[in-house]
Design a protein around this ligand. Sequence first.
Ligand code: PLP
Length: 385
Amino acid sequence: MTMQWKYTLSEPVLGEEELKAVTDCITSGWLSMGPRTKAFEEQYAALIGAEHAIAVSNGTAALHLALAAVGVGSDPDDEVIQPSINFVAAANMTKALGAKPIFADIVSVNEPTLSPSDLEAKINDRTKAVVVMHFGGYAARMPEIMEICRVRNIAVVEDACHAPAQYDAATARSLGTIGTVGCFSFFSNKNMTTAEGGMVATDDDDIAAKIRNMRSHGMTTLSWDRHHGRPSTYDVMAHGYNYRVDDLRSALGLAQLAKLPSINDKRRSLAATYASEIERQLGNRAHYIFGDRAKDGTAHLAGIVIDPDLRDGVRTELANLGVQSSLHYPPIHMFSAFEGSCPDGLINSERFSRGMITLPMHSGLDEVAVQGIVALLAEAFDRNV
Ligand SMILES: *Cc1c(COP(=O)(O)O)cnc(C)c1O
C-alpha cells in the first residue's frame, strides 16, 4: 500500500532553471564530465571558501576518496574514529579501505554530534583519521576536535552531507572546510540536489590532486582533455575508481547552487518555527534538536527526541494522520554487519536513537504547515496514550 501523505518528509526544489540547464547540456552535445563540471566545482569552491572542490558521483564516493587520500588503509591496523549516529556511508567506506571503524558517542541526546571527550578517550597509535558529521547541518564541536587531532597529527574528514554552504561562527569557516577534507552529498533528499552527486573540498593541494586522480581510475588525463587534442596517451598513477560525475548533473548542480542560499534560509526559518511551535504545543514532551541554534545551521532535518517508550506508537499515529516521518539514524554499531564493533555500547547514541523522530522538512512547507504538523504531532501523542 502506498500512503497518500498529507506532509512528505522531503521534496526537491526543481523548476524552469533546472529544466533549461539540463536541456542546454543535451543541446551542447557534451554529456560526460566537462565544462559544466569545471564551472560547478569552481562556483562551489568559491561559495564555501575552499581552495579545491572536486565533483564526484555521490557523497559515499566523496567519503571513500577523502579517507583514501588522507592515508586510511595504508597500514593494515588503521582505525578511523567516527560517530555511530550517522548514515552508514563513512563506516562502510572505512571498511572498504580495509580499516577498522571505531565508534564514539555523541555529546548528549540533545547534541547528536561527536563527543570530543569520547574521541580523546578512543584515540591511540592506530588512529589514522577522525570523521565528524554535522548533524542536520549544525556544526560539531570543531574547535575542540580540531585541537585534539592537530596535536596528534590526525586527519579530520568532515561528513558535511547535511551542511552545504553553512558558515560556522566558531571557526569563521564554512562547514566542510575546517578539517583536512570535507564531503558533501547532492542526493535528491539533500538541501541541494543533482539526483545523485557529491563534492569533496580541501585546501590541501596534494590531497586535491590525489582525489582528482583517483576519481578517474588513477589516470593522468581525461576524455575532455583528449577531445581537445591534449595528450593522446596516459599513465595510471594509482589504483583508482570511476567516481566521475557528468555534465548533466553538474548543470543541475549549477542551477541548484544559485538557489541554495535561499533554500537554506527558508529551512532555517522553518526550523525556528518548529522549535517554537514544539515548545508551545508539546512543552517538555518533545525536544527539537538544535532548536536553540535553529538559524545557525542548514536545517537539513527536523528532528525531535521524545520518550523512547512512546516513540514507535507516536510514529504509527503520525502515519495514520498523514505525516511521513523517519529516523536519523539507527546507531551503526548495532547493525548486523558491524556486530561486535563496539562491545561496550554507546549510551547517548543508543538513547538518542530510541527516542528520535524526523519530521517533514523542505522548502515547500511554510509556517502554517509547520504549525499543522506540530498540531498533528500533539494529536499523535494524545491518541497514543
Ligand atoms: C546522504 C549522506 C551520505 C551519503 O551520500 P550519498 O550521496 O547518498 O552517497 C553520507 N553521510 C550523510 C550524513 C548523508 O546524509
